[in-house]
Design a protein around this ligand. Structure first.
Ligand code: ADP
Ligand code: ADP
Ligand code: MG
Length: 667
């Protein structure tokens, strides 16, 4: 076994690899960007090396800097995690040339599976079934369009070099083919520096079922059963489970053996995943990921194995710890990926500082893999995953319920997340019944992403009490500083010589203004809320907690404040409010009105309108690239473009006005 390894990654996966290394007595070296100097993976490692500025290209993707850090620190091997350099054959080779061990498959195996097109050609030869499609080398548009027509619409265009759902476009009709191809190529070029594509038949109600395989250097290769990852948005997984619901023993064996055949065809070593798309009784090879997968914990929980330990054993030249016939499935496991993203904005990634974070802790049969703590920043530079929460139980329903309850008891403040969405998904009766396919989220969107309910009186009362508590604390602090604590000018109970025994607080929520009028009484407040009046009092044991009495009701809640922004975590769930500035300052959340703003920081890659141009509702105005994905800015109504603020190539900040727009009267 190794004595010291370097982990060429960040976030939860770097922390997870370190956990196993620590258990096995292997010392760890972290690498980090300037943005991550205080990150968990740096704090948890035995040592850490700064490798560059925040953008991945200048840090986590700099193979030479990482190899130099490994050599300088005396590490014997490099674990690449997932993403970043994990599937980069040139990096694997450079690691070997430096006399270090790459904890992953041989470079040739990575290369063989690196292009989805070439991988499909290879699998075809090995007799593994493929989705009908075109994966040839010729790439001219006319030929691709002809192939699409031959395959039959709808088709799916995929970046050959793709990953993470990027560079992928569904095309419904021949008329859309050209535009979608251009989009897929642009996104592929931006994300992978390679714009080659393949075209496949788009299956409308398939399941994503993948098989975990493991090979060693002594000719053995086993499968550790399957995972069902059908619950996806933007062609990316959000919930994964093992085993797959409804899987029969025969089918499991057939898929497992096909996956092992695929791995053996390329001399595979280490952990890998063969992804299949399944429809009815059929299953087709989709791609092979030559690394540890994000969702590997569900496999660990049902097999009782530590896959990172297996990786370290195999990389250090040992045989696989178990033979195929020794592997067993025990119970059921399900994982949810908690992301900073906005389900109401088509799951657009979100950013922000985690002002409050509570994840389940110490619950039986529940695992949390996370790389962040309260106070950390979810930045635009990296993947917006906050944590993976994984539950195990003897049977599927128990695992789903355990995970749903754990998520319902969690809270994230400071960035929009998919937390509530995940809990709803896990409680959805059709999902609980096992009726899953990759279109599930799209079909059930209305139920899974209901419109936000306006803040109710309890929420408003809690927000008001928090603000009043903060003001009282400030007044007390000012009085203590002034040297005359008894001055009535510093009174904190509203008895200010009858000057302001009545205060009006106004909370803003989108377009809504909710006034709360407060009158001070002896030891309590009288609150006039939109739905009526009540007597209230509260204590704030710390900056986030509040214990309130509202009329006859006593409750504990959290109110997190960041200046004029408040997040109330109470009986209504998480509600975000803005306190109106009594001095008339502009609202922070000013309704976008006629302004079309950047939903997140990014780069303008195309502008399709000119100033003065009349456009129809939904017309494409601009394409923005952020987090390596394209986001279309479209006309919110029929109207006229009055100004175009940026040109292709410009970088824009979140909230920057991109285009001014005037809606046509009455539209
Ligand atoms: P990535 O490299 O981004 O993971 P994949 O080829 O694995 O790309 O596809 C991602 C997801 O897109 C799959 O999990 C599946 O849900 C969906 N998908 C891929 N191919 C098809 C297809 N031919 N028909 C329908 N859905 C597909
Ligand atoms: P999986 O099937 O395991 O989800 P994906 O191909 O979707 O695999 O990507 C694995 C993970 O790595 C995803 O969370 C993705 O967002 C992340 N990822 C991929 N490429 C990068 C990258 N260059 N930098 C940071 N994260 C990345
Ligand atoms: Mg995939």
């Amino acid at each position: 076994m190794f004595r010291k390894i370097l982990i060429a990654n960040r976030g939860e996966i770097a922390c997870r690899v370190m956990r196993t290394a620590r258990r096995l007595g292997v010392r760890t070296v972290a690498v980090h960007s300037e943005a991550d100097a205080g990150a968990q993976h740096v704090l948890q490692a035995d040592e850490a090396v700064l490798i560059g500025p925040p953008p991945p290209r200048e840090s986590y993707l700099k193979g030479d800097a990482i190899i130099a850090a490994a050599l300088a620190s005396g590490a014997e091997a490099i674990h690449p995690g997932y993403g970043f350099l994990s599937e980069n054959a040139a990096f694997a080779e450079a690691v070997a040339e430096a006399g270090l061990i790459f904890i992953g498959p041989p470079a040739a195996a990575i290369r063989a599976m690196g292009s989805k097109s070439e991988a499909k050609a290879l699998m075809e030869k090995a007799g593994v079934p493929l989705v009908p499609g075109y994966h040839g080398a010729a790439q001219d548009e006319a030929l691709l369009a002809r192939e699409a027509a031959r395959i039959g619409y709808p088709v799916l265009i995929k970046a050959s070099a793709g990953g993470g759902g990027k560079g992928m476009r569904v095309v419904e009709t021949a008329a859309d083919f050209g535009a979608q191809l251009a989009g897929a190529r642009r996104e592929a070029k931006g994300a992978f520096g390679d714009d080659r594509v393949l075209v496949e038949k788009y299956l409308t109600r398939p399941r994503h079922i993948e098989v975990q395989v493991f090979g060693d250097g002594q000719g053995d290769c086993v499968y550790l059963f399957e995972r069902d990852c059908s619950l996806q948005r933007r062609h990316q997984k959000v919930i994964e489970e093992a085993p797959a619901p409804g899987m029969t023993a025969e089918r499991r064996r057939a898929m497992g053996e096909a996956a092992v055949a695929a791995a053996k065809a390329i001399g595979y070593q280490g952990a890998g995943t063969v992804e299949f798309i399944a429809e009815g009784e059929d299953f087709y090879f989709m791609e092979m990921n030559t690394r540890l997968q994000v969702e590997h914990p569900v496999t660990e929980l049902i097999t009782g194995q530590d896959l990172v330990e297996w990786q370290l054993l195999v990389a250090s030249g040992r045989p696989l710890p178990l033979k195929q016939e020794q592997l067993r499935i025990h119970g059921h496991a399900v994982e949810a990926r908690l992301y900073a993203e906005d389900p109401r904005k088509d799951f657009l990634p979100a950013t922000g500082r985690l002002l409050h974070l509570s994840l389940p802790e110490g619950l039986p049969d529940l695992r949390v893999d996370s790389g962040v703590v309260e106070g950390d920043e979810i930045s635009v530079h990296y993947d917006p995953m906050i944590a993976k929460v994984i539950a195990w139980d003897e049977e599927r329903r128990g695992a789903l319920a355990r995970l749903a309850a754990a998520l319902e008891g969690s809270a994230v403040v400071g960035s929009t997340t998919n937390l509530e969405f995940l809990a709803r998904l896990l409680r959805h009766p059709d999902f609980v019944a096992g009726a899953v396919d990759t279109g599930f989220i799209g079909r059930h969107r209305a139920a899974l992403v209901p419109p936000a309910a306006p803040a109710d009186d309890t929420t408003l009362a809690l927000a008001a009490l928090a603000v009043l508590g903060d003001r009282a604390a400030e007044a007390r602090a000012a009085a203590a500083r002034s040297g005359d604590p008894y001055s009535p000018w510093h009174s904190t109970d509203g008895w200010r010589l009858n000057l302001d025994t009545r205060v009006e607080l106004v909370f803003l929520e989108g377009e809504r203004r909710a006034p709360v009028t407060v009158r001070y009484g002896a030891g309590h407040y009288r609150l006039a809320l939109p739905g009526g009046s009540l007597t209230a009092s509260a204590v704030r044991p710390d900056a986030a907690r509040i214990e309130a009495t509202l009329g006859e009701r006593r409750l504990k809640a959290r109110v997190v404040r960041d200046g004029r922004l408040l997040w109330v975590l109470g009986p209504q769930g998480l509600v975000r409010l803005e306190l109106e500035d009594p001095h008339g300052g502009e609202a922070l959340d000013a309704g976008a009105g006629g302004r079309l703003v950047a939903p997140m920081p990014g780069k303008v890659i195309a502008v399709s309108v000119a100033e003065g141009q009349d456009v129809a509702k939904g017309a494409l105005l601009m394409i923005l690239e952020a987090m390596k994905m394209e986001h279309s800015i479209v006309a919110p109504a029929e109207g006229r473009v009055t100004a175009v603020r940026y040109a292709p190539g410009d970088l824009v900040k979140e909230g920057a006005e991109l285009i001014s727009f005037e809606a046509k009267e009455g539209k």
